[in-house]
Design a protein around this ligand. Structure first.
Ligand SMILES: Nc1ncnc2c1ncn2[C@@H]1O[C@H](COP(=O)(O)OP(=O)(O)OP(=O)(O)O)[C@@H](O)[C@H]1O
Length: 565
C-alpha cells in the first residue's frame, strides 16, 4: 500500500524532474535546479504571510507565487551569462551556482545555518498532485506548438534550428527560465511538506536525483517525469514489502537504471510511447495516397505565404567577399549577383570555397572582408535567424535534419517563420490555436508533397533513406517560403533516377520565381538545370556564364573537369 507521504513524494519528485525536463527537452544539461529551488524556498518562507493570519491555503498560494518568481529570476540571472555554454560546460557552471547558493545559505545567519528554518506543514497529497497536474498541463499543451517544436529542434540540431529562423538564444533562455519557475514550485512545496527548509535538502544529491528521475522517465514525452518519479519513489516501498531493509538499494537501483536508460533507452521509459501526429488530408483521399508523385501536384503558389521580389530583381549582392581561416584564403574577392527566378549553379573542385561562400550568405560565417547584402540584410552583421527571416533558406552539405522528429515535424519547424505562435492560446484552449496549428500542418504537408514525400510524413527523419533525407531537407527549407533557396550538394548520394527527379524539382522551384543557388558536384545535373553557372577555384571566381560556355572554358576544364577527354 502506498502511504500518504509516498503519494506526495511521487508528485514532488515529478515536479522537480519537470524542471530538468524543461531544459533537457531543449538539449541543455543544467544542474542548477537545486539552487533555484533553494532560492525559491528560502525567499517564500521568509516573505510569505503567516498561515495563522491568512489561512493555510492562501499562505501556500502566496508562497508558491513568490517561489516561482524567485526561481525564474534566479534562472534568468544565471542564464544570461551562461547561455552561450554548451553540454558539460553548462552543467558545471550551473552546478557551481547551486553549490555557491548552498554554501551561502549554510553560513548566513538569517537562514538558520545547517538547522534551517522551520515551516508549517500545509501540503497534502491532493495539493501536490494538483500542482503537478498544472505543471504537466503546461508541458503537455506547449509540446506540439511552434514554441515547443522550436525547443526540440534546438535539441536536435542548434545550427539547423537557427537557419530555420529560430532565435536559439532567446528560446534557450526561455527553457532555462521555465526550469527555474518549476524548480521554484518544487522548493516551496518541499519546504511546506517536510516542515523545514535546510541547505542539505538542496545539495548535489538532490540535483542528481532530479536528473536521474527525468532521464529514466524520458525527456521527449511530457509524461516522462511522472513515470520516472513513480518508478523511483516506489522502489523503497517494494523493498519494504519484500522485507529488504538495506538503505543503499534505492540509490543503487537508480544508478543502474540510469546506466540502462542511457545505453538502451535514450528516450527514457516514456520514450517508448509512440508520438502521434495526424497527417492532414490534402485532397480528401487519405494522407497523400495517390498524389505523392514527385512534386507535380502542388504548384509553388500553394506554398506562398509572403511577398517576394519580382522576377529578375537582385536578391543577393556580393562584392569583394573574402574569408580567411588563418593562412587559408577560403574565399577571395567574390563579386556576384543572384536574381529572383534564377537558378544559379556554384561549382568548383573540393575545397574551392563553395560552402564557405554560402555559409557567409546565410549568416553562419562572418566575412573577413567585403560585403554581402542579402534581401536587405548585411550578412555577417545579422544573426543567422535574422538572415533566415529576411527570406534565405538552405539545406546543408551534410544532412542536418532533426533526426528524432518525424518528417512532418521537421517541415513544421521549417515553417517556423511563416506560422503563428500558438503557445498561450493552446494553454487557454482557444479554438483559433487549433485552426493555426492545423494551417501549419497543412502547409508542412504541402511542402512534403511538393518534394514527393508525403507518404513518409510520420517516419522519423533519422530512419529515412539518404536520398529521402536530402529531399526532406529541401521540403523543410521550402516551408519557410524563402526568396533565396540555397541547396548545398542536394544530389550527393542519390542514384541517377533520384537525381533526375531532383533536377526536375529544382527547376520547377526556380520557374515559380524563387532564386535558387545550387552547389553541386554532379556537373551533368548543373548543366541540365542551371540558367547560369559560377565556377570557384581556390576561393576565386574563374568563370561565370551559361552552363555550356562555362563547360567549354579552358580554365574550368583545367581546374575542375580535368583533361578535355
Ligand atoms: N572552419 C574552418 N576552419 C579552417 N579552414 C576551413 C574552415 N572551413 C573551411 N575551411 C577551408 O577553406 C577551404 C574551402 O572550404 P569549403 O568547405 O568552403 O570548400 P568547398 O568548395 O565547399 O569544398 P567541398 O566541395 O569539399 O565541400 C578549404 O581549404 C577548407 O579546408
Amino acid at each position: 500500500m502506498l502511504t500518504e507521504s509516498t503519494v506526495t513524494f511521487i508528485a514532488l519528485g515529478a515536479i522537480f524532474a519537470f524542471s530538468f525536463y524543461a531544459v533537457l527537452n531543449a538539449g541543455q544539461l543544467s544542474l542548477g535546479q537545486a539552487g533555484f529551488a533553494s532560492v525559491a524556498a528560502y525567499t517564500s518562507v521568509l516573505l510569505a504571510p503567516d498561515p495563522d493570519v491568512v489561512g493555510d491555503l492562501a499562505a501556500l498560494l502566496i508562497a508558491l507565487v513568490i517561489g516561482m518568481t524567485a526561481g525564474t529570476v534566479a534562472a534568468v540571472v544565471l542564464g544570461l551569462p551562461t547561455m552561450h555554454l554548451r553540454g558539460v560546460f553548462l552543467a558545471i557552471a550551473t552546478l557551481g551556482f547551486a553549490e555557491a547558493v548552498r554554501i551561502f545559505l549554510l553560513n548566513a545567519e538569517w537562514t538558520g545555518g545547517a538547522q534551517g528554518l522551520s515551516v508549517p506543514k500545509i501540503v497534502t497529497p491532493a495539493i501536490a498532485w494538483v500542482v503537478l497536474a498544472i505543471v504537466a498541463y503546461w508541458f503537455w499543451r506547449s509540446g506540439p506548438t511552434r514554441y515547443g517544436r522550436a525547443l526540440e529542434a534546438i535539441r536536435e540540431d542548434e545550427l539547423a534550428a537557427g537557419a530555420m529562423g529560430i532565435d536559439v538564444g532567446r528560446h534557450r533562455l526561455g527553457a532555462f527560465a521555465t526550469a527555474g519557475a518549476v524548480a521554484g514550485l518544487y522548493g516551496v512545496l518541499w519546504a511546506y511538506t517536510v516542515r523545514l527548509v535546510a541547505p542539505a535538502d538542496f545539495g548535489f544529491t538532490a540535483a542528481i536525483d532530479g536528473l536521474v528521475t527525468a532521464m529514466v522517465g524520458g525527456t521527449t514525452m511530457f509524461v516522462g517525469p511522472v513515470v520516472g518519479s513513480a518508478f523511483l519513489t516506489v522502489i523503497p516501498e517494494i523493498q519494504r514489502a519484500l522485507g529488504v531493509e538495506a538503505g543503499w538499494i534505492r540509490p543503487f537501483v537508480a544508478g543502474l537504471l540510469l546506466l540502462v536508460v542511457i545505453l538502451f533507452l535514450p528516450g527514457g521509459l516514456a520514450g517508448r510511447i509512440p508520438r502521434r501526429i495526424r497527417v492532414p488530408d490534402l485532397d480528401g483521399r487519405g494522407s497523400g495516397s495517390g498524389s505523392d508523385d514527385g512534386g507535380s501536384s502542388d504548384d509553388g503558389a500553394d506554398l506562398r505565404t509572403r511577398e517576394h521580389a519580382p522576377r529578375g530583381d537582385v536578391v543577393a549582392r556580393l562584392s569583394g567577399l573574402s574569408k580567411d581561416y588563418g593562412g587559408v584564403h577560403a574565399v577571395r574577392g567574390v563579386d556576384l549577383e543572384v536574381r529572383s527566378g534564377e537558378l544559379l549553379g556554384l561549382i568548383g573542385p573540393n575545397g574551392a570555397g563553395k560552402t564557405t561562400l554560402v555559409n557567409m550568405l546565410s549568416g553562419l560565417v562572418a566575412p573577413s572582408s567585403g560585403t554581402a547584402s542579402v534581401l536587405g540584410v548585411t550578412a555577417g552583421r545579422a544573426p543567422v535567424h535574422r538572415v533566415a527571416a529576411a527570406g534565405v533558406s538552405r539545406t546543408f552539405q551534410h544532412s542536418k535534419l532533426f533526426d528524432r522528429l518525424s518528417a512532418l515535424e521537421n517541415v513544421l519547424v521549417g515553417g517556423h517563420l511563416v506560422t503563428r505562435p500558438t503557445l498561450l492560446r493552446r494553454l487557454l484552449w482557444l479554438p483559433s490555436a487549433r485552426r493555426d496549428e492545423q494551417a501549419a500542418l497543412t502547409h508542412a504537408a504541402r511542402c512534403l508533397r511538393r518534394v514527393g514525400m508525403l507518404e513518409a510524413a510520420t517516419t522519423r527523419a533519422g530512419a529515412l533513406s539518404y536520398g529521402d533525407q536530402r529531399r526532406l531537407e529541401i521540403a523543410r527549407a521550402l516551408a519557410a517560403d524563402p526568396s533565396l533557396l540555397i541547396l548545398d550538394e542536394p544530389a550527393a548520394g542519390m542514384n541517377q533516377v533520384e537525381a533526375g527527379e531532383l533536377a526536375h524539382l529544382i527547376r520547377s522551384l526556380a520557374d515559380d520565381g524563387l532564386a535558387v543557388l545550387l552547389i553541386e558536384h554532379n556537373v551533368g545535373l548543373v548543366r541540365q538545370v542551371c540558367d547560369r553557372v559560377v565556377v570557384l577555384n581556390f576561393g576565386e571566381v574563374i568563370a561565370t556564364g551559361a552552363p555550356s560556355d562555362v563547360a567549354a572554358d579552358p580554365r574550368v576544364v583545367e581546374a575542375y573537369l580535368g583533361t578535355e577527354a
